[in-house]
Design a protein around this ligand. Structure first.
Ligand code: SF4
Length: 428
């Protein structure tokens, strides 16, 4: 296939017409991102300024949280706050002071906006500036919105990282910045591969600890690890940094092309590239092939949910032999999605945005072998005899780079195998 370069001449789905949907949405809000962001930033605390619904959502998304010192919580806006009878800013200041005196380990505090805080127009940016002044230099306070009015579930991470960019220190020279909250084990693999290629220095956003925050400036080049980081990319561009365009590192091919783009930027020779990547590529191909036996020739339909849909469709079609019927994404950032769209063979409907009833009608008409969708849609579709995969699992599970390529394919193969086992049992 591509052997890491160059990209195919065909433009695949890059110029395919995009079906724009603007109707009822059925996705989680951006608060969900706190579940993986709080694991990544070890001295941060996420204080959601919201309602009991927000607190319940977080607890449900995080599973049962029985750990002594959680790193996220909810400052509940009571009815008197919502009715404007109390000064929510004063109450917030008191809550924050209490939290920080109890938890001296917190170095970064995020005030996270929600639907209720937006509805009452609570100015969390002003609150963050004020609290930063009060608690400087020990704690820095930043705000971002995770509200369901403004964000779908992966946009919470984008909003969080974009809010951090203006406070990053100036860059100190030519550096590669990896952008996106990868699980530590995957981030370590990326850093190891880059070190073996001789690419460096490499910094990461978000850093695991506040004192490791990367610098950024005109000599910074950056690579996104997630396709939903459009606002973060724009914020980095405003600081003068330059993005390295590449497909996203999902599957053997995506990882190779992503690494190849970074290697080209840093002048790595073909020999070095082959020496470092040949063995993990071969392992990844073998692992993908094991799962592809179940996936080959089966059809897949992506409902818009995570913004991972386009690179994942590219992986499933090109590496696993699946046929994509429709690839829906909540938002398609043409520049970021372009390299993956260019690799996706023409054929599927590419849709942007959500109109859940119309999309479900198309799913029912196509009856794909596998539908990738949000949690709320999975159960009804399963009840209709369709096989589903929860998109949210793809964000919670380590799926990037070579060592996870087989696991990524298995995530899609498992529901298909489960469905055929159920059929076998029913037939017996
Ligand atoms: S932010 Fe909005 S959508 Fe999200 S849990 Fe709170 S009320 Fe619900």
């Amino acid at each position: 296939m591509t052997e890491g370069r160059p990209l195919p001449v065909s433009r695949g789905c890059r110029e395919a017409p995009v079906l724009k949907e603007r109707g009822q949405r059925e996705v989680f809000c951006g608060l969900t991102g706190i579940v993986w962001l709080h694991r990544k930033m070890q001295d941060a605390f996420f204080l959601v300024v919201g309602s009991r619904t927000c607190a319940h959502l977080l607890q449900a998304a995080a599973g049962v949280m029985i750990f002594a010192e959680p790193r996220f919580g909810t400052a509940i806006l009571e009815e008197k706050d919502l009715a404007g009878m109390a000064d929510a800013h004063e109450e917030l200041d008191r809550e924050v002071a209490r939290l920080l005196s109890r938890r001296p380990d917190i170095r970064r505090l995020f005030l996270v906006g929600s639907c209720p805080s937006e509805v009452i127009k609570l100015d969390l940016h002003r609150a963050a500036e004020r609290l930063s002044r009060i608690h400087a230099p020990h704690v820095s306070v930043t705000n971002f919105s995770g509200s369901g009015i403004e964000t779908t579930f992966t946009e919470g991470e984008d909003a969080c990282l974009a809010a951090m960019v203006p406070d990053l220190p100036p860059g100190t020279g030519r550096e590669l910045l990896l952008v996106g909250a990868l699980p530590d084990v995957v981030e370590d693999q990326a850093l190891r591969l880059l070190a073996e290629l001789g690419i460096g220095p490499v910094r990461v956003l978000p850093a695991r600890r506040a004192d490791g925050a990367p610098g950024v400036g005109p000599e910074t080049v950056y690579a996104l690890t997630q396709p939903f980081l459009g606002a973060t990319a724009a914020a980095l561009d405003r600081r003068g940094a330059r993005r390295i365009a590449a497909p996203f590192p999902f599957g053997e091919e995506g990882t190779t092309l992503w690494l190849r783009a970074l290697a080209d930027e840093f002048g790595v020779s073909d020999e070095t590239f082959a020496r470092v990547t040949d063995a993990p590529r071969a392992r990844a191909r073998k692992a993908v092939a094991a799962a592809a036996a179940t996936l080959r020739g089966r059809s897949v339909f992506f409902l818009p949910d995570s913004q991972l849909e386009i690179p994942l469709a590219r992986f499933l079609v090109r590496e696993c032999g699946m046929e994509a019927v429709e690839v829906g994404s909540p938002y398609i950032h043409a520049d970021l999605a372009g390299p993956d769209l260019g690799l996706l063979p023409a054929g599927p409907v590419i849709s942007e945005g959500q109109d859940v009833d119309r999309q479900l009608d198309r799913v029912r008409a196509a009856r794909p072998d596998l539908t990738v969708c949000g949690l709320g849609l999975a159960n009804p579709l399963e009840a209709e005899g369709l096989t589903t995969k929860w998109a949210i699992e793809l964000v919670f599970t380590p799926v990037h780079l070579y060592d996870q390529a087989g696991d990524l394919a298995q995530l899609f193969a498992r529901p298909l195998r489960r469905r055929s086992l159920l059929r076998l049992e029913a037939a017996e």
